[in-house]
Design a protein. Structure first.
Length: 259
């Protein structure tokens, strides 16, 4: 006789007044990095809270619930909400969406905090390029998109250029057939007709199982930081000899058709 598998029960969710929440000392995040609390607060003010807080009831010495809840997972969101209260942009009794874990759970409270951060998966760069392109197509300018996500207008412009690269090259990049620096090189000057030959060669090499095709080689990456902070100022050179094409610095080198 087959024993039926035990079904899991998800933690209940509820709205809890902000002044009934407190930051847990068990939150494993200690070092500040990435988006500032001020930027996160501005994002919440614009879009609302996109992700609930994970909380547990606070117990007194006798094991009874006190009516307060500690936040082991979602500390940055808690601090951003706290900042909005201090700025008088949110009342301290504002209901906050929370997922409530049993105070006597067998799972250590530190594990909740670690799991939320450890299991998080960053957005693929290609998805970012396409999403920024959608916002731009909807009428948002470079400056408006930059202001919404606290980046420079140059950052947005570069990603829009990457979004407009050939879909075939996007497919190769998605399948790890080229590096980001190599994809960037195709945004420098689309007027060079030999790019079509490079693109065709890459497709053939990838179909043949070549992970990093020789016809698309990064010659140097000493200016890769320009990707996020400045314009790509690479110089493009094309020779009239048989299929020769090269880019300096963040580089694609094409030494002949891949046939």
């Amino acid at each position: 006789m087959v024993t039926p598998k035990q079904k899991i029960t998800l933690n209940a969710s509820r709205d809890i007044p902000f002044n009934k929440l407190m930051l847990s000392q068990s939150n494993v995040r200690r070092i500040k990095r990435g988006e500032t609390i001020e930027d996160l607060a501005a994002s919440i003010a614009r879009r609302g809270l996109l992700q609930s807080l994970n909380v547990r009831p606070v117990l007194d010495g006798e094991g009874n619930e006190t009516g307060m809840f500690e936040v082991p997972a979602g500390g940055r969101r808690y601090r951003a909400l706290e900042l909005l209260v201090r700025q008088k942009r949110m009342v301290k009794t504002e209901p906050v969406p929370c997922v409530v874990t049993n105070a006597n759970s067998e799972v250590p409270i530190e594990e909740d905090s670690l799991a939320e951060n450890f299991e998080r998966e960053d957005l693929h760069p290609l998805d970012m390029f396409r999403a920024i392109q959608i916002l731009h197509d909807q009428g948002a300018s470079h400056e408006e998109i930059a202001a919404r996500f606290f980046v420079s207008a140059t950052f947005v412009q570069q990603r829009l250029r990457l979004a407009r690269v050939s879909p075939k090259l996007h497919d190769i990049y998605e399948q790890e057939g080229m590096k980001l620096e190599q994809l960037m090189a195709f945004t420098v000057d689309r007027r060079v007709g030999r790019y079509d030959a490079v693109e065709a060669g890459l497709c053939r090499a990838l179909r043949n199982g070549q992970k990093q095709p020789e016809c698309c080689t990064q010659a140097a990456a000493n200016k890769s930081q320009a990707y996020g902070h400045g314009e790509c100022d690479n110089k493009l050179s094309s020779k009239t000899t048989h299929g020769a094409l090269s880019l300096t610095r963040n580089t694609v080198r094409y030494d002949g058709p891949c046939r």
